[in-house]
Design a protein around this ligand. Structure first.
Ligand code: ADE
Length: 247
């Protein structure tokens, strides 16, 4: 997999993704990160990439030319046009299932905007997907691009080694994850649940499933409408509802 990031702040991406698990995966050539500075594609002698919005209004708009030239350079050796993802709060909200879908691609291009946005004409020309990381406004698309690349890349085989990998994790089957504990057995007078110390794998699995269902019911009940629930899960959920006095 190769990620291309079109940005005015390449250091932000290089520093953010060059660290920790993603950094190790890049060093080990498990995926590639090609960071391209849009400013390198301006014809302007002062290297400007933005201008005032036609029609007036606050802020500056990124000009279409440098973005388009940057895109053409990125795709010049590709056999087919890649998906180009524009980071915008107006896009569809990113999710684990979108991450799973995007992880199947060979090449992905991320376009990070700044200022008041990017001239619409170049977006119409090159963008295939508009994605948001949530209903709040950031100063630019770099953090959203990093969020998405982090979550997509960890689905690529070899990015997580066994130590990092979660066999079971939130959203895997539409539920939140159960709570985790490690040493010491007692901390601030709170003891690790006995079942986790019992060594009984069946009981541990059952307890974890119950906690997943309980957490999801308490914190994100809407997820239960689409979660993959077995007959046993449904029975367990009924018991939890009764226990918690949920109707
Ligand atoms: N750019 C600014 N805010 C954003 C958000 N919430 N998601 C994606 N891109 C953005």
């Amino acid at each position: 997999m190769r990620f291309h990031v079109m940005t005015l702040f390449p250091d932000m991406i290089a520093n953010g993704l060059g660290t920790s698990i993603t950094g190790r995966a890049i060093d080990n050539h498990i995926f590639e990160l090609n960071i391209v500075n849009i400013r390198d594609y301006t014809q302007d002698k002062h290297k400007h990439v933005d201008d005032y919005p036609y029609g007036g209004g606050a802020g500056m708009v990124m000009q279409p030319g440098p973005v388009y030239e940057c895109y053409k350079d990125i795709i010049k050796d590709m056999d087919k046009k890649p998906r180009v993802i524009y980071m915008t709060p107006q896009g569809k909200v990113f999710s684990q299932s979108i991450a799973e879908e995007l992880a199947k691609e060979e090449e992905l291009v991320f376009l990070c905007g700044h200022y008041e946005g990017i001239d619409e004409r170049v977006l119409e020309e090159i963008v295939t997907d508009e994605l948001s990381i949530g209903d709040y406004v950031l100063t630019g698309g770099e953090l959203p691009a990093m969020v998405m690349i982090d979550s997509i890349s960890r689905l690529i085989p070899g990015v997580l080694n066994n130590g990092d990998s979660a066999e079971y994790e939130s959203f895997q089957d539409g539920l939140l994850e159960y709570p985790q504990y490690t040493r010491p057995v007692t901390f601030l007078d709170k003891k690790v649940p006995d079942v986790l110390l019992s060594g009984h794998h069946g009981n541990i699995a059952k307890w974890r499933r119950e906690k997943s269902l309980e957490r999801t019911l308490l914190r994100r009940p809407e997820l239960l409408e689409t979660a993959e629930l077995s007959k046993d899960d449904q029975k367990m959920l009924e018991k939890i509802r009764k226990k918690l006095d949920f109707s």
